[in-house]
Design a protein around this ligand. Structure first.
Ligand code: CP
Length: 355
């Protein structure tokens, strides 16, 4: 398997993450120096699920580097509508483009696609699983706005069960010394157990809270997230969860003056609009930092031979993944790949237990 696919930021070492951040900051300082860095290169954006920021920031990133883009933002306008498999789509497009950015509503799709790509492939979100380039966005933001990625007290609030941005963020920040987490959600939408395992394995302090007003008082960073209607089994379950946590002026008044508010966006109701003018509200600036992070990532994947991402070390498993949200359920030709972790056999695609 290639060392040039970004499926999970966990496979990127701390020095490599520092390299991305350094490059992003360099591009921000001197964008003109990079105007022709990707002349002649083509990025394919394959978005099987709606997106504003990730898709357009990747496209803008490639255009600002002098490259061009192809792709679709509605698979029903592609041959996917005629029943073409993921394998065939990726095998063909990797013959057209130099790099692929893919988003899909099914967990493990980016990993599955990477098996059939001849060019670097970037996970732009796979169901409720992971969203590594959102985490790059968050990391670049923290680096620029807090000047550090360690010794931060980070509150994450909202749908921590299905929130792929939260999973990727916690997994990454857990690698840095002294970070602690306050996990603010309803009992139904708490983080999956594998995220708790990661926090414990990394020796990170964490608290579970069901009260945003209490939790907000001593945070360095508050990371708000949307309750994602599209991840619920039915409307009734969504209605029971929406609007439980809303950051409003009254709650923000309890926070420190130097706390920053991040949100991967889109926002629905979880931050009231009057907060937008508060100097601590950085979510729109965060989206712009993301474009620079993605420019840096494209450059490093295409041009830096030393920028290598750990390739998965999976074995063929005798067990088939039973997670109904895993890509192995719908793309039957995929091999059953798994790896061992904490004495358990885990699906290589969706990271759920399979034994
Ligand atoms: N943060 C994020 O992934 O936004 P989009 O869904 O608009 O890409």
């Amino acid at each position: 398997m290639s060392n040039k696919n970004l499926i999970d930021l966990e496979a990127v070492s701390v020095p490599q993450i520092a390299k991305i951040v350094k490059k992003a900051r360099k591009i921000m300082q001197s964008p003109a120096d990079f105007r022709h860095a990707c002349d002649g290169k083509i990025l394919a954006t394959l978005f099987y699920e709606p997106s504003t920021r990730t898709q357009m920031s990747f496209q803008t990133a490639m255009l600002k580097l002098g490259g061009r883009t192809i792709g679709f933002d509605n698979p029903m306008n592609s041959s996917v509508a005629k029943g073409e498999s993921l394998k065939d789509t990726i095998s063909v497009i990797s013959g057209y483009a130099d790099i692929i950015a893919i988003r899909h509503p099914v967990e493990g799709t980016a990993m599955a696609a990477s098996l059939y790509s001849q060019v670097p492939l970037i996970n732009c979100g796979d169901g409720g699983h992971l969203h590594p380039t959102q985490t790059l966005t968050d990391i670049v933001t923290l680096s620029c706005e807090k000047e550090r990625l360690d010794h931060l007290k980070i509150g994450v609030c909202g749908d921590l069960l299905n929130g792929r941005t939260v999973h990727s963020l916690i997994k990454t920040l857990a690698k840095y010394e002294g970070n602690s987490f306050v996990l603010i959600s309803t009992p139904e939408l708490g983080v999956p157990l594998y995220i708790i395992d990661i926090l414990e394995k990394n020796g990170c302090t964490y608290e579970i809270s069901h009260n945003l007003a209490d939790a907000i008082t001593d945070l360095d960073v508050l990371y708000m997230t949307r309750i994602q209607r599209e991840r619920f089994k039915n409307e009734e379950e969504y209605q029971a969860q929406k609007n439980v946590f809303v950051l409003d002026r009254e709650k923000l008044d309890r926070a420190r003056a130097d706390m920053i508010i991040l949100h991967p966006l889109p926002r629905v109701n979880e931050i009231t609009v009057d907060i937008d003018d508060d100097p601590r509200a950085l979510y729109f600036k965060q989206a712009q930092y993301g474009m620079y992070g993605r420019m840096a990532l494209i450059l490093l994947l295409l041009q830096d031979e030393d920028f290598l991402i750990e390739a998965p070390n999976a074995d063929i498993s005798q067990h088939r993944c039973k997670n109904p949200k895993c890509i192995t359920q719908t793309e039957a030709y995929l091999p059953s790949l798994s790896y061992r972790k904490l004495g358990m056999q885990m699906c290589e695609f969706c990271d759920k237990r399979i034994d």
